[in-house]
Design a protein around this ligand. Structure first.
Ligand code: ACO
Length: 351
């Protein structure tokens, strides 16, 4: 089976920055508390007229440009998100339209919360490997700012908005595999740890549920923290072991950016040096499905990734769902990009 490779990558972060100082004027918190407990300094907030499909489309256009492809070269659009435009239709269908794809390729959303992008890579890899698709667009996007309770300091300080995208294409037969060692897991018995209780078919977002603010994110933070450290470390090692690699073969870990302390603990537990964990959480907070492709794009545009670099990707989130894989980077270093007009490519600096 031919393994898929990343042949294009792009991201988009809304223009508006909400830093900890501004947030501490509306909820009882402080820059010091947020930085010390999470590593977050600021997050991006989508403009009122920006929906998930807008962020996703902007990121996808940049990924297509890197790939040197036209929209109609795409055979499948996958959007990993839990904050799509509407319950119906899939945000992927809207993104297909906004990108100008008219070839009637498949388009669907994928809901595995923070693990969604890694699930998407696994699926895209399988579709390409089986010859069903040649070019798969995998997008991770979230507009979490519309789903957090801005009066709840235990959650609102954590999340941000953003999007990232990759174009997957078939790897050359003689080259080492691109995506490999994919592991996808979920433990539904822990699904109560991180949830938006209302707004689905179980409990509509109306009346009492609105008054109780049940249409916003609820989280058992410490329990999520514990399971994240344990399973992310083990998922990294599973992906590495599957390819008969050792931790010293890993050039970068591009992990879901949920909390810097989680990353530190994963590094310690897995034995992979913390310096090899790519980090941008300080500037974006937790962008759930978007966090890995956003970090990948930033790593790429900052010149941190070389052809042949071995990356471990891993993510965990609501479900509790998690996943990991190894990605052998193939793209050459980028040529300098023109200045952005609206919004911004998150490429200006690296944490
Ligand atoms: N500002 C100031 N004080 C706060 C804040 C805040 N924003 N939030 C909570 N506190 C207070 C609490 O009320 C508590 O006060 P008390 O001691 O008087 O009761 C105190 O700080 C300590 O609270 P803890 O919940 O024990 O703080 P903790 O060190 O566990 O940090 C946090 C909380 C940051 C949420 C942590 O548990 C965490 O990161 N968990 C992982 C959750 C996560 O990342 N979720 C994202 C989705 S899942 C994923 O992406 C992996």
């Amino acid at each position: 089976m031919v393994a898929a490779q990343v042949i294009g990558v792009g991201s988009y972060a809304p223009e508006r920055r909400l830093d900890n100082a501004e947030l501490s004027r509306t909820v009882e918190t402080s820059d010091a508390w947020i930085r010390e407990r999470t590593g977050i300094g600021e997050r991006r907030i989508a403009a009122p007229d920006e929906a998930a499909s807008d962020l996703a489309t902007a990121a996808a256009k940049r990924a297509l440009a890197v790939a040197g492809l036209q929209p109609n070269d795409i055979d499948m659009v996958m959007v990993a998100t839990v904050t799509g435009d509407r319950p119906l239709p899939a945000t992927a269908a809207i993104v297909q339209r906004k990108l100008g794809i008219t070839n009637r390729c498949g388009a669907f959303d994928l809901a595995a919360a923070c693990a969604g992008f890694v699930y998407g890579l696994g699926l895209g890899n399988a579709l390409i490997g089986q010859g069903q698709c040649r070019h798969v667009l995998v997008i991770g996007v979230e507009v979490l700012s519309r789903f957090v309770n801005w009066e709840d300091r235990t959650t609102c300080v954590l999340f941000g908005d953003g999007a990232g995208a990759v174009v997957l294409g078939p790897g050359a037969a003689e080259a080492p595999a691109g995506i490999d060692g994919v592991h996808l897991h979920c433990q539904g018995s822990m699904s109560h740890l991180l949830t938006i209780p209302a707004g689905g078919s179980e409990k509509p977002a109306s009346g009492a549920s609105l008054a109780e603010r049940e249409h916003y994110v609820r989280m058992e933070g410490q329990d999520v923290f514990r399971v994240a450290v344990k399973e992310l470390a083990s998922a990294c090692l599973s992906a590495i072991d599957a390819l008969q690699m050792t931790t010293s073969d890993v050039d970068w870990v591009v992990a879901h950016q949920a909390n810097e302390r989680i990353l530190e603990a994963v590094a310690q537990r897995s034995g992979i040096p913390f310096e090899r964990f790519f980090r941008n959480i300080a500037r974006y907070g937790n962008t759930s499905s978007a966090s890995i492709p956003l970090a990948l794009d930033e790593a790429y545009r900052s010149g941190s990734l070389e052809p042949g670099s071995k990356l471990v990707l891993c993510a965990l989130g609501a479900g509790i769902a998690w996943g990991s894989c190894v990605l052998r980077w193939q793209l050459p270093k980028p040529t300098p990009q023109p200045t952005r007009q609206r919004g911004e490519s998150p490429s200006e600096s690296v944490a």
